[in-house]
Design a protein around this ligand. Structure first.
Ligand code: TYM
Length: 345
């Protein structure tokens, strides 16, 4: 976040982001999102982090599994270093203004804009007619999450860039249509070595919670042996590591492992290569496995401990929701006033 970013908007800096409680948290979510959430919290900015349960049901979720995954994600947030006393942590459905503002944005965004969303095309697949209306309108609800909090900065992985651009378009169109300067035009924060962590089996595909192969990803619930095995079996090429980042060109798997190593070790890919350039993967992988285990195992252990007391997790989410409502409800009411809704009493 730079001074010029904040200078562009009259709104005070406020960070918002969210993750869907679907399947398990994987390394891509951790390095691309959660780790960055923690860094922004620790930088002292106001931070709001959501578990987007309403987004999750745009594709079918078993109710009990949704509840479990929502709590597990909350546990993952806290175990990774998010502190409910310093960041607002809540699940989306407990702050109804998000869904309500989402409706207003359904009436602002254009069909053509949403039709261009690559994530919808990927998720809906060939049978678009069978996709839920919610899956199509998904980015409008995401815009509502961000703008209901008047957030100015949104840390996300690269795959969310297009959705963030749509959010900016919605903010600008709303402000222009109604002749107001009400919604900030939020900045995506897509920074660091791990904005796009790739599959361990195929360096051209994104690491994803929904990939059918569990060997393609490291889950935050994996034990040390599993992490070590997945890294040992990760696809590579026969060449030794290059000594600079230019040498990673055309070597998707090598680049991915170097990026993961850099992000886990809080250094740049160039620094990793300065140390490991010329060495074979048989020397690099054991070091990477040890690093991943050292970084992830304490988080996994803390998640397991927190999941032993779901009442406490629910309490934390309830408290966060109260704070989230206190921010979003007045913004929704002002939006209704701008749009011309009557509010009696
Ligand atoms: P979701 O749940 O798919 O992913 C959560 C976050 O993890 C990042 N991410 C990755 N980063 C790097 N490499 C990867 N392989 C990788 N896989 C996932 C995503 O970019 C994201 O930051 N639409 C959002 C959730 C959302 C949201 C919001 C985000 C709803 N409302 C408001 C920001 C602000 C999503 O589906 O993320």
């Amino acid at each position: 976040m730079t001074d010029t970013d904040t200078a562009r908007t009259p709104h005070p800096p406020r960070v918002f982001s969210g993750i869907q409680p679907t399947n398990r948290l994987q390394l891509g979510n951790y390095l691309g999102a959660v780790k960055r959430f923690v860094e922004m919290q620790n930088a002292g900015v106001e931070t709001i982090y959501c578990i987007v349960d309403l987004h999750a049901i745009t594709v079918w979720q078993e109710p009990e599994e949704l509840r479990r995954a929502t709590r597990e994600l909350a546990a993952g947030y806290i175990a990774s270093g998010l502190d409910p006393a310093r960041s607002i942590l809540f699940n989306q459905s407990q702050s109804p203004a998000h869904a309500q503002l989402g409706w207003i944005f359904n009436c602002v965004a254009r069909m053509g804009w949403l039709s261009r969303m690559t994530q919808f095309k990927d998720k809906a697949g060939r049978n678009r007619e069978a996709a839920s209306v919610g899956l199509f309108a998904y980015p409008n609800l995401m815009a509502a999450d961000i703008l209901a909090c008047h957030a100015t900065h949104v840390p996300v992985g690269e795959d969310q860039k297009q959705h963030l651009e749509l959010t900016r378009d919605i903010a600008v169109k709303f402000n222009t249509d109604y002749g107001v300067d009400f919604f900030p035009v939020p900045e995506p924060v897509i920074e660091g070595a791990a904005t796009r962590v790739m599959s361990l089996r195929d360096g051209t595909r994104k690491m994803s919670k929904s990939d059918p192969s569990d060997m393609s990803r490291i889950n935050l619930t994996d034990d040390a042996d599993t992490i070590a095995r997945k890294i040992r079996k990760a696809k590579t090429d026969p060449e030794p590591l290059p000594s600079d980042t230019a040498g990673l060109e055309g070597r998707a798997e090598a680049r991915n492992l170097v990026n993961i190593c850099a992000a886990l070790g809080d250094r740049s890919p160039a620094e990793v290569l300065a140390e490991f350039g010329g060495r074979p993967f048989s020397a690099f992988k054991p070091m990477l496995a040890d690093l991943a285990i050292a970084r992830l195992s304490p988080i996994t252990a803390e998640m397991t401990r927190l999941m032993g007391d779901v009442a406490e997790i629910d309490r934390i989410l309830g408290e966060g929701a109260e704070k989230a409502r206190a921010i979003a409800q007045p913004i929704l009411e002002q939006t209704y006033d701008i749009v011309g809704m009557i509010r009696s009493g």
